[in-house]
Design a protein. Structure first.
Ligand code: ADP
Ligand code: MG
Length: 240
């Protein structure tokens, strides 16, 4: 579903992604972990072209991600993204937040978009908040709306960049439960998180990044109990 080959990216002199080869199969859930500044967010952002790359190729479902234009908009719509900060439209209702993309980008009719939005809000457990503004919701509810909004575009792959890092502890579980449900429904997911419980229960694979490189990839079981590289051992020693 996602295939990165020989991807290089620099920010000025900083070689932020170094020779990245990364594949995610359809229905696979991959957790990306690593120290702050190792390039995890940049990796996600290149996958839906919020960042350009300097070398290499990225394919989504067999199609090369183009530089720009209409084809880019189409492929980008196939990649849903959920950020640490919920990024909802503050002056639109919860329902409008979820219907806007399908109506504007996919050309879905209003009534159909609304029906689908209600279903998705129900699924993430915030159906009764549909007519409120984002600020009237808790952080956990807002993040679940952000997930519903991304799903409304019917993406082929979902990227999550530290989706629970800005949440109060009691709200982390409700968001992780929503993500586990999505994983169980077969969604292809790339998840940057330090939530080891989620990695252990939901991930098929853990990818460990350090200094712009993928240093290690393994099953969660193997990675957490038997990390191979010194950098992974050092990192796990600090967070576990
Ligand atoms: P992570 O998500 O693993 O913490 P990031 O991908 O956010 O890492 O950042 C990787 C490195 O790239 C960091 O050193 C960061 O400061 C740098 N960086 C990120 N975005 C930019 C940018 N737009 N311009 C310059 N440097 C950046
Ligand atoms: Mg980051």
């Amino acid at each position: 579903m996602v295939s990165m080959r020989g991807v290089q990216k620099w920010f000025g002199r900083l070689h932020v992604l170094q020779d990245i080869d990364f594949d995610v199969a359809s229905g696979e859930v991959v957790v990306v972990i690593g120290p702050s500044g190792s390039g995890k967010s940049t990796l996600c952002r290149t996958i839906n072209r919020l960042e350009t790359i300097d070398e290499g190729t990225i394919e989504i479902d067999g199609k090369t991600l183009p530089e720009e234009g209409k084809a880019l908009a189409g492929l980008r719509a196939d990649v849903g993204m959920v950020f640490q900060s919920f990024n909802l439209f503050a002056h639109k209702t919860v329902l409008e937040n979820v219907t806007l993309g399908p109506i504007k980008v996919r050309g879905t009719k209003n009534a159909e978009a609304e029906q689908r939005a209600h279903e998705l809000l129900e699924r993430v457990g915030v159906a009764n908040q549909a007519s409120k503004l984002p600020a009237q919701l808790s952080g956990g509810q807002q993040q679940r709306v952000a997930i519903a909004r991304a799903l409304a575009m019917e993406p082929k792959v979902m990227l999550f960049d530290e989706p629970t890092s800005a949440l109060d502890p009691e709200m982390i579980k409700e968001v992780l439960d929503t993500m586990v449900d999505l994983a169980e429904r077969g969604m292809t997911m790339i998840v940057v998180t330090h939530e080891m419980g989620f990695a252990r229960t939901a991930a098929n694979r853990v990818v460990f990044m350090s200094d712009g490189r993928i240093v290690e990839e393994n099953t969660p079981e193997q990675f957490f109990t038997n990390p191979q590289s010194d950098r992974a051992k050092d990192f796990l020693g600090k967070i576990l």
